[in-house]
Write a protein that binds this ligand. Structure first.
Ligand code: CMP
Length: 139
């Protein structure tokens, strides 16, 4: 059975340029319920740990640098079949390949600065949510 929540990050490029409100409106209009949310700035070390799975990739250092470059919003979002539905809403990782009307098509500026993250599996949704939120911060 598919899970009813996913984890998301509004990335530093989108927060810095004032896109948080419009992105939250799209998430809301698509029927997702915010189950947890906070603004924070990751330390370099926290970003290294969060992206540990990408450590061997050529873009790892640059990704860590970018994700710790400014504040982000981290969120847990509820919806039926949440992981898959949210990935449809945000579009492909590479904005050039994202469908029209998706969050990344509208707000991403590059593969790295792609405005928003969404978990790619229920297992990662759980792991990523647990990385940022304690039990008393979720509703
Ligand atoms: P996301 O899927 O949210 O989390 C991993 C991030 O790594 C991904 O978004 C992109 O921002 C980034 N990423 C993935 N592939 C590349 C790439 N080829 N070049 C630069 N960044 C990448």
């Amino acid at each position: 059975m598919n899970g009813n929540f996913t984890f998301s990050i509004i990335k530093p490029n989108a927060v810095r340029t004032g896109k948080t409100g419009p992105i939250l409106a799209m998430i809301n209009e698509a029927g997702f319920e915010i189950s947890a949310m906070k603004m924070l700035r990751m330390t370099r070390e926290q970003a290294e740990n969060f992206y540990e799975v990408h450590r061997e990739r050529p873009f790892y250092d640059s990704l860590v640098e970018f994700m710790s470059s400014g504040p982000v919003y981290v969120m847990i979002l509820r919806h039926d079949n949440a992981v898959e539905e949210f990935r449809k809403l945000i579009g492909a990782t590479d904005p050039a390949k994202a469908e029209p009307g998706t969050i990344r098509k509208i707000y991403a500026v590059s593969v790295q600065m792609n405005a928003i993250h969404g978990s790619d599996s229920d297992e990662n949704a759980r792991r990523e949510s647990d990385f940022f939120f304690s039990e008393i911060e979720r509703f």
